[in-house]
Design a protein around this ligand. Structure first.
Ligand code: SF4
Length: 428
């Protein structure tokens, strides 16, 4: 076990933050069992500041843990089955659609591949060398959710009767597809080559970094040519970059629904998490963490939806998309980070209060960061607020519009922008 400040957190790599120790728990594909979420809720209540954070790679984060409680926290996480291979504690990022297997537009359910990829990753000690941010993505297409930084991704392709996946490395389309039967072998072989190339070049073990080295992509696809074929279709399908909120039909037929609540700033209380877990158990549904820092309560009988949605509303998890929080992300801010120059979480909540009662315009994304490091950053954001010593820097659609401005001014501008965008939509 390590405790420190300068590495990416895991369960065995607790990071010392302003509010205590912070750990990150791997949840491949965001596919968490209800009883596992319940166990994390109990831990959060007893040891971790009553907050469960959902990360942008659909893992979980606990913070504000005291040093003397860390051993017990680790043991409980292990007992919940969330630490299947201590060696691979930080080899954790497998992203898939949070409505995989439920999506009515999906070509193939990618979850069996997610499980198989996770099993094989954990079986191979060499993969413990992957960078903790190294991210695999497997999507069943044609709908997927925006991820800027996936290292190796597979996107379902439809062009004949046999299932294929389009391969991208370091965010660059390879021009090749792989059969579903070879998909896991291909993605792991590519990852292994990334490790080898990183060792040779001194680059970080991230496909994004390695792909910038001239000829790398050709080298990897050449070595994998026995698994690949040139793609006869245009890659990949359009990216859907918005969070889902609301009630959605499922591919299981007419009587099951997915319930997708808003999770303000990606944080659940233990009570909220317990209710979601209990609802999934009671109605034989399932749970998926979402890369927009949300959660999906999947496969719920239609007859139970209203009752669940009403209760979610009473505990602060609205499904109406009008709580003002949709699209807003904030970093740890003053409470959790020594570097923070503003109460960005408080300011994010103030902004949400200004927007309360209104739906978010299409693509609405606001990032609030407590310093120049911009941990809350998502590329292509509608608005970014970055705290400095003299106030916020405000960027709108990537362009700086104000520096050193007060929180009131920055929030007013963003709220006015929100109103304008909604007016434009209404006028069409
Ligand atoms: S953006 Fe700055 S203040 Fe916010 S969590 Fe990152 S380092 Fe801390």
């Amino acid at each position: 076990m390590r405790v420190g400040e300068h590495f990416c957190p895991g369960v065995f790599h607790a990071v010392q933050a302003k509010d205590g120790l912070l750990i990150r728990i791997r949840v491949p594909g965001g596919l968490i069992e209800p009883n596992q979420l319940r166990a994390v809720a109990d831990l959060s209540h007893s040891f971790a500041g009553e907050t469960i954070e959902i990360t942008s790679r659909a893992n979980l984060q606990l913070r504000a843990i005291r040093n003397q409680d860390l051993d017990q926290v680790i043991e409980s996480i292990s007992l919940a089955g969330l630490l299947p291979s201590p060696q691979h504690d930080r080899v954790r990022n497998i992203v898939t659609s949070p409505i995989a297997g439920l999506d009515t537009e999906e070509l193939f359910d990618p979850r069996p591949l997610v499980h198989e990829l996770d099993r094989q990753l954990r079986a191979e000690p060499a993969f413990a060398n992957l960078h903790p941010k190294f991210s695999f993505a497997i999507h069943g297409g044609p709908r997927r959710f925006r991820r800027d930084l996936d290292d190796i991704s597979l996107e379902a392709a439809s062009f004949d009767d046999s299932p294929h996946f389009y391969l991208s490395i370091g965010g660059t389309s390879s021009g090749f597809v792989v059969k579903r039967a070879n998909a896991v072998e291909c993605i792991l072989a590519a990852a292994k080559m990334c490790i080898e190339l990183a060792l040779e070049s001194g680059a970080p073990v991230r496909a994004k970094a390695i792909a910038t080295i001239s000829g790398t992509l050709e080298h990897i696809t050449g070595a994998l040519s026995h698994l690949l074929m040139a793609s006869p279709v245009e890659p990949p399908s359009p990216i859907v970059n918005e969070a889902l909120i609301g009630i959605y039909p499922t591919a299981q037929g007419g009587d099951r629904r997915s319930i997708v609540p808003s999770v303000p700033l990606g944080r659940l209380t233990p009570g909220q998490a317990r209710y979601l877990a209990d609802a999934a158990n009671e109605w034989e549904g399932d749970l998926r963490l979402a890369p927009w820092r949300g959660i999906v309560l999947g496969s719920i009988p239609k007859s139970a939806v209203n009752k669940i949605v009403d209760h979610l509303h009473t505990i602060g998890l609205s499904c109406e998309g009008r709580d003002g929080f949709q699209g807003i992300a904030a970093c740890a801010g003053n409470n959790g980070c020594e570097a923070s120059l503003a109460d960005v979480r408080g300011d994010a909540a103030s902004l949400a209060r200004r927007l309360l009662g209104h739906a978010a315009p299409s693509g609405w994304t606001v990032n609030l960061s407590g310093c120049e490091k911009q941990c809350a950053r998502r590329h292509g954001a509608t608005a970014e607020l970055v705290a400095g010593p003299l106030g916020y820097t405000l960027n709108i659609e990537g362009r700086r519009v104000a520096s050193d401005c007060s929180r009131e001014f920055a929030l007013d501008v963003v709220a006015a922008l929100h109103e304008n965008l909604l007016s434009e939509v209404a006028a069409r």
